[in-house]
Design a protein around this ligand. Sequence first.
Ligand code: TXA
Ligand code: MG
Length: 307
Amino acid sequence: MPETTTDPQRAAAVLAAGGLVAMPTETVYGLAAAAENEQAVRRVFAVKGRPADHPLIVHLAAAEQVLDGWAEPFPTSAAALATSCWPGPITLLVPAGPRVGPWITGGRTTVGLRVPAHPLATRMLEAFGGGVAAPSANRFGRVSPTTAAHVLADLGDDVDLILDGGECPVGVESTIVDCTVEPAQLLRPGAITPEQVKAILGDVAGASGPGRAAGMLASHYAPRCTVTLFESRQEAHSHLERLRSAGGRAVWFDATGDLAGAARTLYTALRKADLDGALEFVAVLPPPEGLGYAIRDRLTKAAAPRP
Ligand code: TXA
Ligand code: MG
């Protein structure tokens, strides 16, 4: 069993010693390593089972740090989003500065930067001082963890320390905006909504389309059971009734009401389907607006056929 703590100083010390820390953020738990420690970052890829060309996000304590060698330059679109949204659930792709090693970006010239809004993450990042590279703390292609228990179930002893910050309040991964192109392009919808990004930048590409960050596969965030999606609650319900009357075990997920609640509980529900040995996960999609975009995106990926 890995050590578990609520002490951000302890987590910073483990990072400084080259260890791997599962860190809470407002979105999902990250598998964190000191960004400038090549060996530690390579271990993150190995533990996740992630191909080396899928780059990691670098997390910073505060927006002022981007010019300490993490971004060069920091584009105006990124500055506008950082001012309005950081600390918060948005990752900005910008030209990589000299402190960003090729082990983080897979040799790309861009880097994803994020200042998370979680009190324990902030205190850990402040105590550590530098950049912290972290993907979501799940094995490659599986559902992201939103509690310390999820991390433990997925990674076990492959992580050195779990910084337990309770349940992640947002529950889905950060919004990703590519600020290296003009106009900026939305690559992954999240809790900073496409409407918000558009309002801040004026012009943004892909705000309603299926954007793609590097290594974003059509099938991702996937449980083992079948995921069936419906636009109509009534059709979903009839499908559920048919399944149950045929003796099939199913998990019901209605994402049409409380969007924030649906986002927060989505990954726990997908995990539950597998834990319960359910045959099917039956979900009603929310309308494509606001946080609904992110929920639709993750549900669609969970439902896509595995490669
Ligand atoms: O909310 C989040 O973003 C969480 C927490 C821990 O911060 N992190 C997260 O990381 O979801 P990850 O690695 O699971 O997803 C980041 C996505 C990946 O698809 C990665 O390939 C893409 O962002 N990405 C990162 N840096 C990139 C870059 N320089 N160019 C293109 N895509 C990039
Ligand atoms: Mg991930």
